[in-house]
Design a binder for this molecule. Sequence first.
Ligand code: MG
Ligand code: MG
Length: 256
Amino acid sequence: MIKLKSVEDISLMRENALMVSKTLAEVGRHIEPGVTTKELDAVAEKFIRSLGAEPGFLGYDGFPYTLCISVNDTVVHGFPSEYKLREGDIVSVDCGTKYRGFYGDSAYTFPVGKLSEEDAALLEATKTSLYRGIGQAVAGHRTGDIGHAVQSYVENLGYSVVRELVGHGIGHNMHESPEVPNYGRQGHGVKLQEGMVICIEPMVNAGRKEIYLADNGWGIQTVDGRKSAHFELTVAIHKDAPEVLSTFEFIENNQL
Ligand code: MG
Ligand code: MG
């Protein structure tokens, strides 16, 4: 069942989305070679609590950390660990908050130091595909229009789209209906309605689309060992234009 949100709901969700956006920027300021991903997790937890919110992922379905931190060939759901980031790594940081009964959820893939041209291009393409998807997020369109926009953009560049994990509705629950796949056919899927709030989150692999589950039961890895990028924003559906509730501005303009 799809739970539509009122104007008041969306305004609380906007607060959540901004908290997540600011937390990602705070984490980003700590990303450099030598930092462990567990240290980044601690930065995020402290920052979220300082805003008066709670980490949305901690304990969710038994997930044991504040952040999902997924380095290089880990697609999503990586555990923070003692791993020290290295120059040239790409690190997806996925963050959730819970505040006044609603969830926030967004993700950004950061470069560690200077990237190879190839890896920088993967990040750029994945982020652009997210904005292409968001461009389709208006009432009357369908989830397949979003998926098609993402998929066609990245596949034209020679990348592949993970099928097993998808975007989602969000609200009082982290994951609500509908599912928002990053692949699909135009004019197919669930029809978008005013009042829906969804997370669009392309997971784009440099090589093949196949993935497997890591031994810890959470981490999702690429089968071919090549890198994967992930960007996620939360979008409210309206009649005329998408309203993007979370933002990468704090990260990219280095502001807080
Ligand atoms: Mg999500
Ligand atoms: Mg997320």
